[in-house]
Design a protein around this ligand. Structure first.
Ligand SMILES: NC(=O)c1ccc[n+]([C@@H]2O[C@H](COP(=O)([O-])OP(=O)(O)OC[C@H]3O[C@@H](n4cnc5c(N)ncnc54)[C@H](O)[C@@H]3O)[C@@H](O)[C@H]2O)c1
Length: 275
């Protein structure tokens, strides 16, 4: 779908990082914006900043884990702008690094509620609208952790694999039904944002482990972190992926080796019994 002035984009997690970078990029193209975020202060600041540049933008305080918040978000977007063209299910969080057997039930609930249910709720609230109008594009933000594995980050990995799978399925169905609606799954590598301070929005606040673990990056291993990319670079790539209707967008080229290793191992170990 060609990005054009006057279109309307809804972006969850739009008050910070990749979501805000994409909002700024779309605003420069004349797209009208509905930013949704749980962090009210940051959301208001983001909307004022965008409005200050002449963009048309509103903010709607939204907890993506709540389906009723998404229904309100859709209604507010339609009330403000009368249509929705692009839906970006981008809000995401990560809990403290550690072996899977030490992840608490609360870690699972929080990360799954935001990363997985946030995408499910976004699809349920907005895709019927896009299908009915016969146009639009859905962007779901997964991660390279959805195509391979970040060691000691199993809860996050699981949710991001699910986001990849959901988007693959959604895209197949949208195409198969001839809806005219596109879908892209974005798989960033490392992008400097506030993701490692995600516990700032955790219900009940950061755990003790998170307070000490917050800035810890993935443990060095064969899949060591690749070079970081700016949010501006990632935003530019997302716009290109929407316009070309690409299903997959892996933004950081240096991180592809982890996917290659995974696929090579699957093929090798699958073929082994036949030899
Ligand atoms: N930064 C990276 O290196 C990286 C890499 C791969 C994937 N990602 C993904 O990119 C997406 C954006 O993250 P980011 O890096 O910009 O981080 P960020 O923390 O800067 O932005 C995330 C935004 O989501 C919001 N949010 C958190 N919980 C929410 C909730 N329950 N409801 C609504 N909003 C909520 C936060 O307030 C914040 O504004 C996430 O899905 C993340 O998993 C990031």
């Amino acid at each position: 779908m060609k990005i054009e002035a006057g279109q309307v984009a809804v972006i969850t997690g739009g008050a910070s990082g990749i979501g805000l970078g994409l909002a700024e990029r779309l605003a420069r193209a004349g797209v009208r914006l509905v930013l949704a975020d749980i962090e009210e202060g940051a959301l208001n600041a983001a909307v004022s900043r965008l409005s200050g540049t002449g963009a048309e933008a509103i903010g709607v305080v939204t907890d993506v884990s709540r389906s009723e918040d998404f229904e309100r978000l859709r209604d507010r977007a339609l009330a403000a702008f009368g249509r929705v063209d692009i839906v970006v299910n981008n809000a995401g969080v990560v809990s403290a690094y550690g072996p899977l057997w030490e992840a608490t039930l609360d870690d699972w609930r929080w990360v799954t509620n935001v990363n997985l249910w946030g995408v499910i709720n976004g699809i349920r609230a907005f895709v019927p609208l896009l299908v009915a109008q016969g146009s639009g594009h859905v962007v779901n933000t997964a991660s390279m952790a959805g195509l391979a594995v970040i060691p000691y980050n199993g809860v996050y990995n699981a949710t991001k694999h699910a986001v990849v799978s959901i988007t693959e399925t959604l895209r197949g169905e949208l195409d198969d039904c001839g809806t005219g609606v596109g879908a892209t799954v974005v798989c960033p590598g490392i992008v400097p944002t506030k993701i490692h301070e995600a516990a700032r929005n955790r219900p009940g606040g950061a755990t003790e482990h998170e307070a000490t673990n917050a800035k810890q990056m993935p443990k060095p291993a064969s899949n060591a972190p690749s070079a970081a990319l700016s949010v501006e670079n990632v935003a530019e790539q997302i716009v290109a992926a929407i316009e070309r209707n690409h299903l997959y967008l892996a933004t950081n080229p240096g991180s592809f080796t982890v996917v290659e290793h995974r696929i090579a191992r699957i093929l090798e170990e699958t073929a082994a019994p036949l030899r």
